[in-house]
Design a protein around this ligand. Structure first.
Ligand code: ADP
Length: 224
């Protein structure tokens, strides 16, 4: 896998300073860059993590001279959707907007997937879709959710084998909160997609937190 890491302007400057003056403390680097020490922390952490800089207690930072160690980043890319997905919360097209709102609360989610009786994906309805409808004068007990949902084929999906990173990127690019995890099934001679899970911003955030706590066994990789 080829991973290209572009250092930002400040990181380039830090590398230059450490190359010339290392070992040098974080305080001294901050002084040279005219910024505060805390504001440098993320850049220093990143440069240390990829192995370009090394940090020694009471001595400071020095340039490792090594090719960046992209191990951690590479391992993050190996996390798969299937290992982090949640159970999907689904309704059918005929479910009323009222019952859909109840389903949001009962299941503590922000997005519902709309499926056929056979579990085939037909649409997605978000909390704001429902909120907008509830603000109108329409009777939410009578209105089926199929009328207000975002409909196939305009649904952004992910698959069990896709990387979690790539799924996270879809959430950001399309400005949405959740993706249905799907698999292809053949039905009536055609190919349809069946909903088998859910990836939301919460799943991604949990992984991020676990990573920081050292709870994620990413270095050993997750077994299937
Ligand atoms: P909210 O509307 O509560 O902010 P989202 O940002 O997830 O939640 O949804 C924004 C819009 O995109 C909504 O109209 C919703 O129906 C639609 N949407 C949500 N998820 C998807 C998806 N996976 N694919 C396509 N459209 C989606």
């Amino acid at each position: 896998m080829v991973i290209i890491i572009q250092l930002n302007e400040r990181q380039e400057k830090i590398i230059k300073i450490v190359k010339e003056r290392g070992p040098i403390t974080g305080e001294q680097i901050a002084e040279k860059l005219n910024v505060t020490r805390p504001s440098l922390r993320p850049d220093l952490a990143f440069l240390t993590q990829i192995g370009l800089l090394e940090a020694r207690p009471r001595v400071g930072y020095f340039y490792s001279g090594r090719t960046p160690n992209y191990g951690v980043i590479e391992q993050i890319m190996k996390l798969r959707v299937k290992d982090y997905k949640s159970v999907p919360v689904v309704v059918t097209e005929k479910t009323s907007v009222y019952d859909s709102i109840v389903a949001l609360f009962v299941n503590d989610v922000g997005t519902l997937f709309v499926v056929s009786e056979q579990g085939i994906l037909e649409g997605v309805v978000s909390r704001k879709d429902l909120l907008k409808t509830a603000l109108g004068k329409i009777d939410v007990n009578q209105l089926p959710v199929g009328v207000i949902m975002t409909r196939m084929p305009n649904i952004i999906t992910t698959t069990p084998e896709e990387s979690l990173w790539s799924a996270a990127r879809k959430l950001i690019t399309h400005e949405i909160d959740a993706l249905p995890v799907v698999r292809k099934v053949s039905q009536h001679g055609g190919e349809k997609i069946e909903v088998i899970g859910r990836i939301s911003k919460t799943n991604i955030t949990k992984v991020f937190v676990d990573l920081g706590l050292g709870r994620l066994d990413i270095l050993g990789g997750k077994n299937d």
